[in-house]
Write a protein that binds this ligand. Structure first.
Ligand code: DX5
Ligand code: ZN
Length: 218
């Protein structure tokens, strides 16, 4: 299935965010990953609606918004208005995840659902056919630059099998600790949307994007 790279701007230099995004776009990335943290669901605080609005003005890339916030229903409308193309919410942060996914879909953007490393795939059984994308966190959410959790690989394989059994070809996104040297492993396990923050934005952004896309065969 088609593979997409989604560089996480959490690791970009915000003093020249527009330029960093242009470098990633020039090298051929298809998505841009936008990590929203509220200081409640995760310990850290990142950025929110106003920055997304500015990013939307400088790029046509697919804006892949990852909401690490409690009760995300409160802000779906705002993120849609600010230019999100895909909105992914945490299963653990929703009061009623089905309702949240329905709300996102009603705004005509793609709906994703995500789980933390210790949350089993089985909690997603009832929403597999509703989600456009399932994001498996491969680090504890909250910070960029952490090491990939090795147990994630089996979880990716299991989720791909669960989807196959239902005849679904839903995108599986992975997020956290993905580098050039473990990329092939997560692709082989069944992931097809790849988030990478520090491995893209630290160093030569264009070269890093090209290296990732080459390994992905895109
Ligand atoms: C972590 C975020 C990630 C983060 C990934 O909570 O969801 O998107 O930016 O960063 P790296 O690729 O550096 O692990
Ligand atoms: Zn993320």
């Amino acid at each position: 299935m088609k593979r997409y790279l989604s560089p996480s701007i959490l690791s970009a230099d915000f003093a020249h965010l527009g330029e960093d995004i242009q470098h990633a776009a020039a090298a051929g990335t298809q998505y841009l990953h936008y990590d929203v943290m509220d200081g409640m669901f995760v310990p850290s605080i990142s950025f929110g609606m106003p920055v997304l609005e500015s990013v939307r003005k400088v790029t046509d890339l697919v804006l892949d918004v990852h909401l690490m916030i409690e009760d995300p229903d409160r802000y779906i409308d705002d993120f849609v208005k600010c230019g999100a193309d895909i909105i992914t919410v945490h299963y653990e942060a929703c009061k009623d995840v089905k309702k949240t996914l329905e709300l996102i879909k009603s705004k005509e953007v793609k709906a994703g659902v995500t789980i933390k490393p210790k949350t089993p795939n089985s909690v997603l059984t009832d929403v597999l056919d509703m989600a456009d994308m399932i994001l498996l966190m491969t680090v504890e959410p909250g910070f960029g630059g952490q090491a990939y959790i090795p147990e994630s690989t089996e979880k990716i394989k299991e989720l791909r099998q669960m989807l196959n059994e239902k005849g679904l070809d839903t995108d599986i996104e992975v997020d956290g600790g993905i580098k050039k040297d473990n990329l092939q492993m997560v692709l082989d396990a069944g992931a097809n949307v790849i988030v990478a923050g520090s491995a893209i934005f630290k160093g030569d952004i264009e070269q890093n994007v090209k290296d990732f896309l080459r390994i992905m065969g895109e």
